[in-house]
Each structure stands twice: as structure tokens, then as C-alpha cells.
Design a protein around this ligand. Structure first.
Ligand SMILES: [Zn+2]
Length: 153
């Protein structure tokens, strides 16, 4: 089951790529629906990054997931891994099935190895505002490059 941002799918003004099945076209400062509605959500920062409409420092990418550097890094390596389609949180990704959560975990590991932290890193899914999930689009934090305390704060 896919989640939605903000006021919900019925109020969404935009998704998806100009002329394609899963992009976003920006018009008058807002994304406007031009294709399928069920892949990305207006006013969602990570949908914008996934579609290429919002710039990010991409580290790795495959057909269904993308990894990019956190703009507010909490460690020498701090990369976010997201599904390109919009899911509200990790539970929604898991419920969707199809190996998508596996792909996120695999990409997180490949990022860690490529960043030179493969011998010890942390993958964190904050779920819900009470845990600090600041963007309601499922994402895994890949953190490493410094000593990691336990329990985390
Ligand atoms: Zn999104």
C-alpha cells in the first residue's frame, strides 16, 4: 500500500514525468499531474529527488531505488536510500513486497562498501514523527565513518 504526503492523494496536484509513466513536471511552482498518479506525490521532497526535479548528490541508483547524500550529515558518511516510488514508511515498503525492501538493504550495503565503511555501519529507518522521520517518504539512513554508540540517541 502506498502512502501519500500532506493532504492526501485526492488533493495531490502532481505526479509523474512529462510524457513518461513515472516522472514529475513542474509548472507554476507546483508539480502537475501528467501521468500515473500512484508513483509520486506532490510536495514530497524525496519524490522530487527521485524524479530528478530536485537536485541531490546521488551516490548510486538502480531502477527502483536511489541513494544520495544527506544534506545535514550526522557522520562522515551519511547517505539516504529511498524507493523511487512513494511509500510513507518502511512498513509500507515491506507490505508492498516484490523485493523492494531487499533492494533498499542491498543498495545500503553497496553504498557502505563503496564509501569504505563496509566493516561497520548503521542502517536506520526512522518511522513516524516521534522518531524523527522528517520526510514522509520511506528512507534508510546509512551512517558510518565514526564510532557509533549504542543505544542510539
Ligand atoms: Zn514521496
Amino acid at each position: 500500500m502506498r502512502g501519500v504526503c500532506g493532504a492526501g492523494r485526492a488533493a495531490a496536484t502532481a505526479t509523474c514525468r512529462d510524457g513518461g509513466p513515472d516522472g514529475v513536471r513542474q509548472r507554476a511552482g507546483r508539480w502537475r499531474a501528467v501521468g500515473r498518479y500512484d508513483h509520486c506525490v506532490s510536495d514530497c521532497l524525496f519524490c522530487g529527488i527521485a524524479s530528478g526535479q530536485i537536485p541531490a548528490r546521488t551516490v548510486r541508483e538502480n531502477s527502483r531505488t536511489i541513494a544520495f547524500r544527506d544534506i545535514n550529515p550526522q557522520a562522515p558518511t551519511h547517505v539516504l536510500v529511498i524507493p523511487k516510488e512513494h511509500y510513507a514508511d518502511v512498513a509500507a515498503v515491506a507490505e508492498a513486497g516484490g523485493g523492494l525492501l531487499d533492494e533498499m538493504a542491498s543498495l545500503a550495503h553497496r553504498v557502505a562498501v563503496a564509501e569504505g565503511i563496509g566493516s561497520g555501519y548503521r542502517v536506520v529507518f526512522n518511522s513516524g514523527p516521534g522518531a524523527g522521520q522528517d520526510v514522509p517518504h520511506a528512507h534508510a539512513h546509512v551512517i558510518g565513518g565514526r564510532p557509533l554508540e549504542w543505544p542510539p540517541g
